[in-house]
Write a protein that binds this ligand. Sequence first.
Ligand code: CO
Length: 140
Amino acid sequence: MLKKICHLGYAVENLEAAASFYRDNFGLEIRGPEPVEEQGIVAAMFAVGDSSIELLQPTGPDSPVGKFLAKRGEGFHHVAFEVEDLDSALEELKEGGVEMIDEKPKTGVGGSRTAFVHPKGAFGVLTELVELPKKSEEKG
Ligand code: CO
């Protein structure tokens, strides 16, 4: 079901400061900022090899990442695995009785489709499944 680690999500208070840190000190090219309304975040990404780091700044204190920051502070937030077919992955997990945050796919960064597995059932790790937009669809 899982193809690779798509990205790791880091919760940050100040997206611009965090992006500058990685750009200036590690010479990385930062994509974004990109607002992702459905998740209550503004995100910036940078690639490291085949995977990426997703920097997440909440749009408000009541958003999921806003609550996370208030409770736990800045730092590692979630791991995202790439899947080929999110709908069938969700179906399989449902059959297995896996507790989900998102029963249905949401829209994520870059027009991806995404759903979160509840950390309670995943040994404390908030786990995201991502289906990237198909290249042929992007071209129309
Ligand atoms: Co993510």
